[in-house]
Design a protein. Structure first.
Length: 743
């Protein structure tokens, strides 16, 4: 293969005769061509803004992070309360404060409407023809969409995903589409009329005045929010003169066209601040984006940020003896995780000569730790804090007071916030703007050629494999091979069912054990020990004034006041408060530990091990394609969210004095504590039971979903080979012609 000639003579149009034969690879080549055109066009400009992206999963706190970083915590960018309120927002300098909202295209909105007509089980709510032979599960949705692209496999486009080409749909995607359509119907204007505008622009005299107009378009309850796909802010802020900052939708955004927008933007991005929630630091989706997606797009600088640092302090704090010990251990733990996660990939990059990428990833092994809430607390009076920040303040103060016997000062809040170091990283990138852009221009063509060559080599190998298969097999052999493969599929189904049944039993056993622990702990939590107190008591005694040699005094006396120490018994209200807090914390930890041994990561790893062993025995022409499919299905496995809200102990016991001495008040205190404990116990057990049932149902369905999807893929492969055999000589010549173009 003459690599230079192949790259120089590349024409996507010349490959169109093979589009039906290799649709996934041709789709990737189309994406490469779009990215290449965008990046070349941008870097040819003489006056160029440094493009800085804020990227991460949905709910990683990107908007709040940007508000804190750029606007001193002012809510210029509304937080996305749910995925349906998320959109891509560009922020750049403007002489006037202005805002532009771009609505969904007609095509994207039609795709959302079509998906909204499906129920969560994948059934069409209104009569609609579904393509025959549809697969049992489509690899679409929250996590599989970016994953398939990164794995070298074409993801379905938005209009593919809602037209009945598959039989099972991702719950989040369907649910969000339903919410978007329902909310759009309440906007007060015909949707078609709004979409026809394309975009709308608002100007204001000041930034504050502009913020007042934004809610209609980006607020969680905004009139036009459901129809807005992308927004742009122009602000008279000097720090923005030479840069643009983009707040992206999460890469696991359920609304697929918005994920496409993020992917398109990444082709123009120079610097990335990658946010990963500290509580789920660098999970599988984060790892995939960092090691597969971003490097392909030519990003030159990356900054890794562990966001929402306050949340892990609250989770871990009660296990530590001091604030200093807590944050020191947490920072080391998260830094070690970053190193361990990225080290293997860094080593592979160095081994194949990608030293620049290895150096770039090496910087990420020292993450920054930030808490936007802590930053806001450090600079605003408590009464001016937003409700969510007030909640964080209360929880953190409770932890500091009850566990560490300290009160947070502004110094501790700034330490937890961590924004000084992040601002320094931003300023460094801005100062090196010309260096970064020069690197982009210098490396652009080499980077594009490497990626193109990889795709063309993959296409070459697939065509070669097709020819080899046609030369080696005839129809009787194909039928025999089909029998073997179908038998192997049934074996896979059996192995899957057995593996997952074991995990379902483990879920049941672990949940029951946790419920027992919660019940046993509740028996201890509602006990209050009687304490003994001591107090000074004044009393009077009669003292004789008699003097023996003074008879007139013999019958006189006077009273004297004295003090003595007496004991008494009481019940301490603080004991009740501590009992409730400790029990709430214990229940929360039990819930978090309930599914450790049956987490999605553990189950996915086990299923991958089992499935790959079986797939290797299937002798498919392209077993890697099947592995990609398995990955996309398994990455959809999610543990249902298990929330737990503890009651406000201070409010419950506020009616009691610190020491309760009367029998009737002691009985009341016991009753309030017992009721609060029972409420926590019952709520936790109910939530655990529901989560266990939901998770078990998920595990039961995953085997059937995988079996159906893999069987469909196998049938497609066999049908294609059989069709090729009908015109064997023509097909061989057809594929050889492709090889000639790729040689």
């Amino acid at each position: 293969m003459n690599k230079n000639a192949l790259i120089d003579g590349f024409s996507l149009d010349s490959l169109s005769p093979w589009r039906k034969d290799f649709p996934e690879t041709l789709a990737q080549l189309e994406e490469w061509q779009r990215d290449a055109a965008e990046r070349r066009k941008r870097l040819r400009q003489e006056s160029l803004l440094l493009s800085i992206g804020i990227i991460g999963q949905v709910k990683a706190g990107k908007s709040t992070f940007l508000n804190t970083l750029l606007f001193d915590g002012k809510p210029i960018l509304p937080e996305a309360a749910t995925p349906k309120t998320t959109n891509l927002t560009r922020i750049r300098y403007g002489e006037k404060a202005a805002f532009t909202a771009r609505f969904y295209t007609r095509q994207d909105w039609d795709a959302i409407v079509r998906r909204a007509k499906f129920d969560l089980g994948g059934q069409i709510k209104e009569p609609q023809r579904v393509a025959a032979g549809q697969s049992a599960r489509s690899a679409v949705g929250e996590s599989s969409y970016p994953d398939r692209r990164a794995s070298g496999h074409r993801a379905m486009l938005p209009h593919d995903r809602a037209t009945g080409h598959s039989g099972h749909f991702d719950d989040d995607y369907t649910r969000v589409c339903k919410e978007l359509v329902e909310n759009a119907a309440r906007c007060g204007e015909p949707v078609e009329k709004i979409l026809a505008r394309g975009s709308i622009r608002c100007e204001a005299a000041t930034v504050n005045e502009l913020v007042g107009q934004l809610n209609d378009y980006v607020g969680s309850d905004g009139r036009y929010t459901p129809l807005v796909a992308e927004t742009e802010l122009e602000l008279p802020v000097e720090a923005l003169r030479d840069i643009e900052i983009v707040d992206t939708p999460g890469m696991n955004d359920p609304v697929l066209s918005r994920t496409d927008k993020t992917r398109e933007y990444m082709a123009k991005c120079d610097v990335v601040f990658f946010l990963s929630r500290a509580s789920q630091f660098l999970d599988e989706t984060d790892q995939l984006l960092l090691t597969a997606q971003l490097p392909q797009k030519g990003v030159k600088r990356m900054v890794l940020v562990a966001s929402q640092f306050d949340a892990v302090i609250l989770d871990d704090g009660f296990n530590r003896r001091s604030y200093t010990e807590c944050i020191t251990i947490l920072r080391k733990k998260l830094t070690d995780r970053a190193s361990a996660t990225l080290e293997a990939f860094i080593s592979r990059c160095r081994a194949i000569g990608h030293d620049q990428l290895a150096e770039q990833l090496q910087r990420l092994t020292t993450p920054y730790f930030v808490s936007s809430h802590a930053a806001i607390i450090a600079q605003l009076p408590a009464e001016d804090l937003p409700p969510s920040v007030q909640h964080t303040l209360k929880e953190m103060e409770d932890l500091a007071n009850s566990k560490w016997s300290m009160t947070f000062t502004k110094k501790e809040w700034q330490d937890i916030a961590g924004f000084e170091s992040v601002r320094a990283a931003l300023e460094e990138s801005m100062a090196e703007k010309e260096v970064i852009l020069a690197e982009q221009r210098r490396d652009l063509e080499a980077h594009l050629q490497d990626h193109l060559l990889h795709l063309l080599e993959s296409l070459h190998d697939q065509a070669q494999e097709r020819i080899h298969t046609l030369l080696q097999i005839d129809k009787p052999q194909l039928e025999e091979q089909a029998k073997i493969k179908r038998a192997a599929m049934e074996r896979i189904h059996t192995v899957l069912a057995e593996t997952l049944q074991e995990r379902i039993a483990m879920v049941e056993e672990k949940t029951n054990a946790v419920i027992d622990d919660i019940r046993n702990a509740s028996k201890m939590a509602d006990r209050l020990e009687e304490r003994t107190g001591y107090k000074k008591e004044r009393y009077s005694i009669e003292v004789s004034d008699a003097v023996w040699y003074k008879p007139w005094t013999w019958f006189s006396s006077h009273k004297e006041s004295r003090t003595r120490t007496v004991s008494y018994t009481y019940i301490a209200t603080n004991d009740a408060i501590e009992n409730l807090r400790h029990y709430s914390k214990d229940v929360r930890n039990q819930i978090l530990r309930a599914f450790d041994d049956v987490s999605p990561k553990v189950i996915s790893a086990e299923l991958r091990r089992v499935l790959y062993g079986e797939i290797n025995q299937l002798l498919l022409t392209n077993p890697n394609e099947m592995r990609v499919l398995v990955e996309s299905v398994l990455d959809g496995l999610r543990l249902p969210y298990l929330a737990f809200d503890a009651p406000d102990a201070a409010q419950l016991f506020g009616i009691f004095s610190e020491e309760v001495t009367s029998i009737s008040d002691q009985q009341k205190l016991h009753t309030v504590l017992e009721e609060a404990i029972r409420r926590i116990e019952n709520d936790a057990i109910e939530r655990l039971e529901k989560t266990k049932d939901a998770f078990s149902h998920k595990l039961q369905s995953i085997a059937q979903d995988l079996h159906g999807t893999l069987t469909k893929r196998l049938a497609d492969e066999l049908d294609r080979i059989e069709a090729d055999l009908v015109e064997k000589e023509n097909k061989i010549a057809h594929y050889e012609k492709l090889l000639d173009k790729l040689t």
